[in-house]
Design a protein around this ligand. Sequence first.
Ligand code: FAD
Length: 338
Amino acid sequence: MKDIRNYCLKEHNTFKIDVLADRFISFDDSSEFIQFAQGNNALFNNKFLITGEGSNLLFTKDFNGTIIHPETKAIGVVRESSDYIYIKAEAGINWDDFVADTISRGGFGLENLSLIPGTVGASVVQNIGAYGAEAADFVDSVDYFCLSDFKVKTISKNDCDFAYRNSIFKNELKGKAIVLSVVYRLSKNAVCNTSYADIQNYFKAGEELNPSKIRKAVIDIRENKLPDHKKIGNAGSFFKNPIIEKQQFVELIKKCPDLRYYELPDDRYKLAAGWMIDQCNLKGYEHKGAAIHENQALVLINKSGKTTGDEVSELAEIVHAKVFQKYGVELEPEVIIL
Ligand SMILES: Cc1cc2nc3c(=O)[nH]c(=O)nc-3n(C[C@H](O)[C@H](O)[C@H](O)COP(=O)(O)OP(=O)(O)OC[C@H]3O[C@@H](n4cnc5c(N)ncnc54)[C@H](O)[C@@H]3O)c2cc1C
C-alpha cells in the first residue's frame, strides 16, 4: 500500500490535467486495504474519490481530499457450467487486458468492448458499452467494500440497476462502495455480435468470424476513429447521446429531417450527440488550450498538452450552448467533472 501527501494526478487522468491530491492511497492487496480502512474509518467522513485510470474524469482544480486507487490484479476462473465460464477479476486490472485474457481462456462476449480504457472496477460503475454490447450483458456479480458498515458484500447483477452508462454505484451506492472485484459470466460458445454497421462493414461478405477476429476489428476501428489518449489527452466521448421523448422528437425531425437517431424500445429516441456537434461546425474548434477533435466531434482534447480542467469545461459549455441553440436539446456530460 502507498499513502502519499500532495500527490500529482497528471498520470492518473487521461486528460493529463496537472492537479494535486491532498492524499493518495493505492493498494495492490484488498485484504491489506480493508484492514487499513477498518482501522481508519474516519478517513471516509472527509472528501474522497475512488479512481481507476481516470479515463472518465475531468479535474478542474486540485483535489482537496483523498484519492483511493485500487491496483489489485488477481484474476481466475471461479466456476464453469457446460455453457458458461465465470471469471473473477480484481478492480485494478486494465479492462482491455482483461478482455484479452477472457478470450484466451475461451470465454466470449466481451470482444465488442475491446480497447475501452479504464479498469475492471470502473466497468461496472460506468456500465461501459460500445459496438452493440455493454458490461451489464455479462456481469454475474460484484464484490464491494461497503463504507457504511466496513464489510465486504456481494451484489448480484440483477441488483446492480444497470442502465445506459449507469448503475447502482453511481446512485444509491455512490460514495458508499469500493468495487473490489467483478465476476463476469462468459459464453463458451462463440456467438459473434455484428449488430453494429461498422463491424459488419469491416468484414468481407460471408467471411467466417470468431471472437478474436471481432476483437481485432473493434481495435482497428477504434484506433482509426478515436485519438489515442496516451498521445493526446482526452476522456473519450465527452457527452452522452441525449434521449428525448417522442413529442420532442416529432417536432425536431420536422425541422431537421436529416437528424441521426436510434429509436428505443420504449418510444423514446436517442440522438447522435457527435453528429449534432459536427452540424454546429465545431470540429477542430479551439478554446484556449482545449479543442474539439478534428475527426470526432464528441471528443474534447487537451490540445496544448497544458490545458486546465476549467478550459475544457468552458469549451464543453460552448458546445452545450451551440447545440441547444440549434436543436433545443440539452447535452449532458458523460465525463465526471470534479
Ligand atoms: C479514448 C477513450 C475512449 C473511451 N471509450 C469509451 C467507450 O467506448 N465506452 C464507454 O463506456 N466508455 C468509454 N470511455 C470512458 C472510460 O473508458 C470508461 O468510463 C471507464 O470505465 C473508466 O474507467 P476508469 O478506470 O478510468 O475509471 P475512472 O475514470 O477513474 O472513474 C470513473 C468512475 O468510476 C468510479 N470508480 C472507479 N473505480 C472504482 C472502484 N473500484 N470502485 C468504485 N468506484 C470506482 C470513480 O469514482 C468514477 O466515479 C472512453 C475513454 C477514453 C479516454
